[in-house]
Design a protein around this ligand. Structure first.
Ligand SMILES: Nc1ncnc2c1ncn2[C@@H]1O[C@H](COP(=O)(O)OP(=O)(O)O)[C@@H](O)[C@H]1O
Ligand SMILES: [Mg+2]
Length: 273
């Protein structure tokens, strides 16, 4: 049985979390099984024992980030054993930002820029985690060596190219990207896509960030690349997308480096698998 299917058979109750009613949440990018408590105040993320380290990383990062005053889930419970691991967190109330229509995302957009700037302004020298370029390239090497790249995560025009070739193209840039990273390291979310940003559906303010398993010091372009590309799926046309990118850059306070964005956008799909 694959890990992914194994995860589906795990539940918070099985792993010893108090016997509340837990409803499966189908959305989510990873193979983890995610549940919401019936009263909607808590989420439980469960993984098989083989993935315990990833969930432990998410637990520690969630604790650290809430101590920094950045809005996100609080850690409420943690269970780990032979059957798997379960992380219970407080619900960040609202809707994931990929679930709102373009006009609402546009209203929330500057507020998202503010929230991301706030996250990136967290004191990086106090951040005990690692997720920088070298760590991501090492992860990509492992995924590619195992031939585990998921073609669905790749841009359409890269799906016919081998993972090894895609990685080789990126490797040529690594030295330059490492130099850029070294002079401008910030605390990145690490998987900054719209489903991991929760919005208050009434005010369209940012309620918080979730899914913090890859948080750590990195080039801010790593986060911005994912966010801008993912938001493109909500914007209705190229003009709106261009306007949104400019508005984001202005509000956040950055001159976007499009080559660097493309590098991080192409590296990301090689790191999952
Ligand atoms: N603490 C939380 N507060 C609000 N929503 C959550 C929380 N945890 C999970 N969710 C919901 O469940 C979905 C999947 O959880 P997530 O941690 O992002 O899993 P994955 O790693 O599989 O993407 C999220 O996109 C969000 O809709
Ligand atoms: Mg997620």
């Amino acid at each position: 049985m694959s890990d992914r299917r194994a995860a589906r058979t795990i539940s918070p109750v099985l792993l010893g979390v108090e016997d509340a009613e837990w409803l499966p949440v189908t959305a989510g990018e990873s193979g983890a099984a995610v549940f919401r408590s019936a009263d909607a105040t808590r989420y439980a993320k469960c993984v098989p024992a083989a993935d315990a380290a990833d969930l432990e990383a998410e637990r520690d990062r969630s604790t650290w980030l809430s101590d920094q005053g950045v809005p996100g889930p609080r850690v409420l419970d943690w269970r780990s054993g032979d059957a798997g691991s379960c992380l219970v967190t407080s619900a960040v109330s609202g809707v994931p930002a990929d679930q709102v229509p373009a006009e609402d995302l546009r209203v929330a957009w500057e507020r998202i820029a503010d929230a991301v700037r706030g996250l990136h302004a967290t004191p990086v020298n106090q951040c005990p985690f690692r997720r920088g370029l070298d760590a991501m390239v090492a992860l990509a090497r492992d995924v590619v060596a195992r031939d585990a790249v998921n073609p669905e995560f790749l841009p359409v025009d890269q799906r016919q190219t081998s993972g090894a070739e895609l990685l080789e193209r990126l490797t040529r840039q690594v030295e330059r990207r490492r130099e850029q990273e070294a002079v401008d390291l910030v605390v990145c979310h690490g998987d900054l896509c719209l489903p991991n940003i929760i919005l208050d559906p009434r005010t369209l303010d940012v309620s918080g960030f979730i899914d913090l398993g890859r948080l750590g010091p990195a080039d801010r372009h790593a986060d911005l690349a994912l966010l801008l590309a993912n938001a493109r799926e909500t914007w209705t046309d190229e003009e709106q997308a261009r306007d949104a990118d400019l508005a984001f850059a202005e509000r956040y306070g950055i001159a976007l480096d499009h080559d660097r964005l493309r590098f991080y956008l192409h590296l990301d799909p090689l790191t999952w698998g």
